[in-house]
Design a protein around this ligand. Sequence first.
Ligand code: TRP
Length: 335
Amino acid sequence: MEKTILTGIRPTGRLHLGHFFGATKNWVELQDKYQSFFEIADVQALTDNFDNPTKVRENVREIAIDLLSIGIDPNKSIMFIQSMIPEIAELTIFYSNLVTMARLYRNPTIKTEIAQKKAIFGNHGESVTYGFVGYPVSQAADITAFNGELVPVGEDQLPLIEQCREIVRKFNSIYGDTLKEPEPYLSKTTRIKGLDGNDKMGKSLGNAIYLRDSEEIITKKIMNAVTDSNKIKKNDPANPDKCMVYYYHQLVNHTNLDVVCSECRKGSRGCVQCKKELIAHMMNFLKPIQEKAHYYENHPEVVDAILLDGTKKAQKVAKETMKKVKKAIKIDYYS
Ligand code: TRP
């Protein structure tokens, strides 16, 4: 039997190149090799967006459209909405007894995220909610509800998988062998830099290229992208490794990358020409995705049917897990 993978994404915005090359491109390949569950993690998104439910609600469908457009195939994998699986919330409650507060605060992912929040909201402990500190527990429920064996994630998420493994071990040692211990699946993906040269492309950093950006917006963004600051005149030689335009050429230009690089170093290529070529390559890359997205934008009922179908399949699996868990904890009353 093929192994099960489970991974998730928070619906807080549309997909950008960082998501694509950093994660979701890989999901498309994984669905051919594994029984795949892709969770649209709206409950998790609410941990930091509880005051903005409209944003989360709208982005559930946007993320679904993006995922379908890049090739997530509902005939091969199961895409579902987290909040429609109440068993995840139920499991979270039972798992929360198996985790100490100290362990949660020591989780490097949580530590980093709390530090980031403090930098934004000031040093008030009150800004950190119970739900937020506890989201690794809920994520352990996400994974185990579907017997996830492999969890494709970026390196920043490894501490959450480790926390899940600890919960599973503790559960099994107290209540008997019930849950599967998952493993992280680190893929050959890369973290994608932003248009401003920042190490990370992110919505909140305002440096992202979205899969559904129009040609006009792409043109504006690429025309303003950071290039080697030592290059002042068109024919100055430059270092492509210091240039975001070359950086993105590497992602989407499969025809004359060597020429771009050598001409840049020699000084025989101006930045405007180089940017225009990148825009053309970028649009070539994005066109097929955008055409599919356009179809789904015009057929929201198709997207809804896919989500509903995936969610129903996911519900079945989670119900089975819940039965086993309740039996193990001896709360399977009258069943
Ligand atoms: N925390 C993940 C992120 O922010 C998203 C996520 C939610 C997830 N549930 C998951 C990832 C379960 C792996 C497994 O990227």
